[in-house]
Design a protein around this ligand. Sequence first.
Ligand SMILES: Cc1cc2nc3c(=O)[nH]c(=O)nc-3n(C[C@H](O)[C@H](O)[C@H](O)COP(=O)(O)OP(=O)(O)OC[C@H]3O[C@@H](n4cnc5c(N)ncnc54)[C@H](O)[C@@H]3O)c2cc1C
Length: 397
Amino acid sequence: MDQLSHVVIAGAGIGGLCAALALARQGIQVVVCEQAATLSEVGAGLQVSPNALKVLQHLGVEAELRPFAFVPEHAAIRDYKTGEYYLKSPLGAVAESRYGAPYWHLHRADLHRVLVEACLQADVSLVLNAEVVRYYEDPEHQQVSLLLEDGREFRADLLIGADGIRSKIREQMLGQERPTFMGQVAWRGVIPVSDLTVDVKPDACVWVGPGRHFVSYYLRGGDYVNFVAVEERSDWLSESWREEGNVDELKRAFADWHPEVSELIQSARSTFLWALNGREALPTWHQGRVVLLGDACHPMLPFMAQGAAMAIEDGYVLAKCLFRHRLNDALPQYERLRKPRATAIQQMSKANAGLYHMHGGVLGKMKLKALQAAGRFVPTVIQSKLDAVYGYDVIKD
Ligand SMILES: Cc1cc2nc3c(=O)[nH]c(=O)nc-3n(C[C@H](O)[C@H](O)[C@H](O)COP(=O)(O)OP(=O)(O)OC[C@H]3O[C@@H](n4cnc5c(N)ncnc54)[C@H](O)[C@@H]3O)c2cc1C
């Protein structure tokens, strides 16, 4: 296969836009097909750790994002009843000097908008109302064609499937298989600080309790608090994977939690309920002139706040591999570089469900106490785990 000049991307999520921008910066012509009628993101927050921020810095969008960021002081894990800290690890200036990039909280819509603007400035074509249905390869002309539901067709040297957890591209490449419901649902919401009746600490805080956990952090310079409330459930009856949640049900579920949680939730006016889905590691991430990235190939429980970070890293590494190698070497090289890391983080996120939900009763509590003791007496153990995730630098690789 020859060097490429045209790429078509299915999906204008955070992963697809980062890949588009990284490729366009290399002079490649990029078309992104997005099924939505408008370019927007869900009303929720995102923790963007230094490993992902390094990529955003390199793509030249850090300055545009900075006014919308919130810098948390600590990463904290606290007991759902007593508020006792099982972990309190500094972020803020400490994280920035340790990792060479900040740890930020961003509203998804702000990150998405800034990426869209940067893509447009870099001459990426964003096609809306463009529902991808399938692709076919044309070996004679060494091209791949992406077909839309309305009959439109886009030809390119390479197709990137960045179309999320229900990826049509993945389905055609590897066969029909639904993502697995992970037995967890998440309520998500954003509350204006002016509505709060309780003081919320400026941390990225995970409140842990039996069968549930609650995440809270500030957004947009501290004007809003984002929350994610996760509950274990054995059933998920809705066909939709994202729907309006019942605020009263949410308030009841966390009513006996620490006041910082229960009072915070009292101010919530609306919430979305998400089923959390996963997927086993795929046998391959590419085939012919088609390659996957982000949730399309490695969706994960959001219990390390790394799903979007992995999609951002993927997009950059894929562009770098395509810059350095011919196509038939670039795609295996991309998978070699990305799969071990994405799979490890997928597994660590799953393992955090047990820790955050105190699985094993007394044993579960003992694990949290062990974490607390490690933080006090051997902080290097905790630090080395965080370093492996946040200190990873895809730019240098
Ligand atoms: C509760 C929760 C909290 C989270 N918190 C964090 C966090 O703090 N930090 C973090 O890093 N990650 C977090 N994540 C994970 C993160 O949201 C995802 O991993 C990330 O959005 C994946 O990006 P993506 O671009 O691969 O896919 P998506 O964001 O799903 O984007 C896919 C895009 O493709 C489009 N599309 C889909 N099908 C088609 C089609 N047939 N044709 C055309 N377009 C199509 C979609 O409309 C969408 O625009 C969280 C997830 C959840 C559920």
